[in-house]
Design a protein around this ligand. Structure first.
Ligand code: NAI
Ligand code: MG
Length: 437
């Protein structure tokens, strides 16, 4: 294409971010990662490894260790041994380590962003501008709390060894949300990343090594659900912090009941996005892009149920359809895409099956006219209209780029529809109405 033509169409060309540094990191580890226990890289007792895949291309990135019970025991023992000294070292010292972690992640932020996009399929624009900067802020923020603990939080006492199990939708961000506050308060950690996205957690382990974090304060063990379950059941773990599916959350709730273990769970959602007839519809459309197509809709608090006042419903649907046409989907490392790849094959199947069910149940499917690239696990932005409130797609979390739209007439009906769900994670209301409260 000639430059003159580009000026005329103003269309985007591909703008790939270089993967060189991330590939170098993988090659330095010979594309095979061991477990990070007690400050050292140790081979898994199981001798088993599984593949981590780049969902934009389906290419294998590296082999990841499958930790078994013996490995979980080793990691928990290391965390337990490290606990007294880490708790006694004081808030000021812990703050110094947290600052060092923040600074070192900041220094390598591009590497983290590229590695996350390679492993998860989320657009580099998001990892670069959202995920990694938030991770860095978390470590700085909790460094501040570590510093203040001895004066402002005198009654706080560390809980002990914390088992942390995280999902794949915001891999490093989830790690930061869990690790930073826990180590700030003097706890020690055994963290298990999700099996499909372990790589940035392993790079984080390397950062812990680089800054000289005392051995055993942070241990990273990789593996599937069974590894997580073994960690949950370990008698020397004082608390479990879990983010993931409602189903696994329930299993963990049962497994920890009566054991005295503390527990925090952050599970699913089917959050309403309520639009009244006086709302600024162009802002609403951009709000919807962020609510359901950001991170391919793989967000616990995604605005996945659009509730729109009947008088403007058709007008809004038309605007959404127009916007869908102009969204760009493609390789996560392309800086000019809006939507990346779905995390893996199994999640793509869940989405595809639920969308088919929506069609079978009689809802109207709307997808853009363009086709997704074939080389990766892609799914187009999707909207359903004519959805009945009891339809499966209106009740079940889809966890993909699928918006489910329903209309209402009165405010009362909007609230009823919004609450017609088992979930209660988030909600947004779009109106220009100003009321005095
Ligand atoms: P999952 O809940 O199975 O996985 C989350 C983490 O839990 C992973 O690290 C996994 O290895 C671990 N895990 C699995 N079984 C376990 C067990 N019995 N004991 C301890 N740990 C265990 O989620 P999955 O299968 O990857 O996704 C399924 C659905 O979960 C998604 O479609 C979505 O609806 C929901 N989900 C919600 C998330 C959120 O942010 N709230 C994040 C990821 C998934
Ligand atoms: Mg992967």
């Amino acid at each position: 294409m000639k430059i003159k033509e580009i000026y005329e169409t103003m269309s985007y060309g591909p703008a790939p971010e270089s993967a060189e540094e991330a590939i170098q990191f993988l090659d330095n580890h010979k594309r095979k990662f061991n477990l990070f226990i007690n400050g050292k890289w140790v081979a898994p007792s199981s001798k088993e490894y599984f593949d981590s895949i780049n969902p934009s291309t389906k290419e294998k990135l590296a082999q990841i260790s499958e930790a078994n019970e013996a490995d979980v025991n080793k990691a928990v023992a290391a965390a337990k041994r490290a606990l007294p000294e880490w708790a006694n070292v004081g808030g000021h010292q812990r703050a110094r380590y947290l600052y060092a972690l923040a600074r070192q992640i900041q220094k390598h932020s591009r590497l983290f962003a590229v590695l996350e996009s390679l492993d998860n399929g989320k657009p580099i624009r998001e990892t670069r501008d959202i995920d990694i900067p938030i991770v860095i802020r978390h470590f700085y923020h909790h460094a501040g709390w570590a510093q203040l603990r001895d004066t402002e939080l005198k009654d706080y006492k560390e809980l002990g060894v914390i088992g942390q199990i995280i999902p794949w939708n915001f891999p490093l961000m989830m790690l930061a949300w869990k690790i930073a506050p826990a180590i700030a308060m003097g706890n020690t950690i055994v963290l298990k990343p999700a099996e499909s996205t372990s790589l940035t957690a392993l790079l984080f382990a390397e950062i812990c090594e680089q800054i000289g974090l005392p051995n055993g304060v942070v241990n990273i063990i990789t593996g599937h659900g069974k590894t997580g379950a073994t960690l949950v059941e370990h008698k020397d773990v004082n608390k479990i912090a879990f983010t993931g599916s409602t189903e696994v959350g329930k299993i963990i709730r049962r497994a920890t009941a009566g054991t005295g273990k503390k527990l925090s769970l952050e599970l699913g959602g089917k959050s309403p996005f309520i639009v009244f007839e006086d709302a600024d519809l162009d802002s609403v459309v951009e709000g919807i892009v962020d609510a359901i197509w950001f991170n391919q809709g793989q967000v616990c608090c995604a605005g996945s149920r659009l509730l729109v006042q009947e008088s403007i419903a058709e007008k809004l649907y038309k605007k959404i359809r127009t916007r869908m046409e102009s969204l760009r989907i493609g390789n996560a490392l392309d800086k000019s895409i809006d939507i990346g790849a779905i995390v893996d094959k199994s999640q793509l199947k869940v989405i595809t099956d639920l969308v088919q069910l929506g069609v079978d149940e009689g809802s109207t499917l709307c997808q853009p006219s363009w086709a997704c690239p074939k080389e990766g696990y892609f799914y187009p932005p999707t909207m359903f209209t004519d959805v009945s409130p009891s339809a499966t797609i209106a009740q079940e979390e889809i966890f993909g780029p699928v918006l489910v739209a329903m209309s209402f007439r009165t405010h009362k009906e909007a609230v009823k529809l919004a609450n017609n769900t088992r979930y209660g994670l988030a909600c947004s209301v779009w109106t220009e109405l100003r009321t005095s409260i």
